[in-house]
Design a protein around this ligand. Structure first.
Ligand SMILES: [Zn+2]
Length: 238
């Protein structure tokens, strides 16, 4: 029996304003689902396409791998752009989920090797493609260089990618972790670009995109401490 589990996530597309749900795998039983392993190898397991405008999103959501013929048997693949502490908590919650699904079939030695961790889905894809240890060690540095290049050459895309992660985080602690882990979201340049995009959504009378921009930009303004004393007092009073 396969122990893979998917979860329904709510997604907002900021290109067209569409709000939709998608089933996304959060636990993958590596031996039982080679089709999902193929998707992980190609880096497409957590890719979601907007049904309205076709915009392609890569969702960064923690993923638990269940690998019967490996020690550790349980490995959490972290969501890029979030803290290791938060991913560890999410990983433990997924282990509890797996225990529930396995029921009486759960074996204690599955968790005896502890919970392994993998840097992110790109690292997972490299590992499954048989990349050398050296190539995998170089990967985080290459990703950092690529991010720095994008920030310089196409800052709007760079900040929008970060903002998409914030928008599509499924609860407030998750959003808080993203804001803490990505100080670039709080800089003045990001604010200017994101407000310009929000202005564009308003011009196009794209009411859902406008609402999503304004809710998430509000969270960023709270984090930046941009609120005037009156607004802060109102928030504190609930
Ligand atoms: Zn769309």
């Amino acid at each position: 029996m396969s122990h893979s589990i998917s979860r329904q996530v709510e997604i907002d597309c900021l290109e067209c304003g569409m709000n939709f749900t998608a089933d996304v795998y959060v636990i993958v039983d590596m031996q039982e689902q080679p089709d999902l392993v193929d998707k992980m190898r190609g880096g497409t397991l957590h890719q979601v396409r907007c049904p309205e405008c076709g915009h392609l999103l890569l969702l960064e959501i923690p993923l638990l791998l269940f690998i019967r013929n490996n020690v550790p048997h349980l490995v959490v693949v972290c969501a890029a752009g979030t803290s290791s502490e938060w991913n560890k908590q999410q990983g433990m919650e997924l282990v509890r989920c797996l225990k529930d699904v396995a029921g009486s079939g759960w074996k204690n030695d599955w968790s005896e090797g502890g919970l392994g961790a993998m840097h992110d889905q790109a690292m997972l894809a490299a590992w499954l493609s048989g990349a050398s240890k050296e190539a995998m060690q170089q990967l985080p540095r290459q990703q950092a260089l690529e991010a720095a290049r994008l920030k310089k050459e196409d800052p709007e895309r760079y900040y929008m990618d970060l903002f998409y992660a914030l928008v599509n985080a499924q609860d407030i602690p998750w959003k808080q972790d993203i804001m803490e882990s990505n100080p670039d979201l709080l800089c003045d340049e990001a604010q200017d670009l994101l407000h310009a995009r929000m202005g564009n959504a308003a011009y196009l009378k794209n009411s859902n995109a406008l609402a999503v921009f304004s809710q998430n930009l509000f969270l960023l303004s709270v984090r930046r401490g941009d609120l005037g004393p009156a607004m802060r007092k109102k928030l504190e009073e609930g």
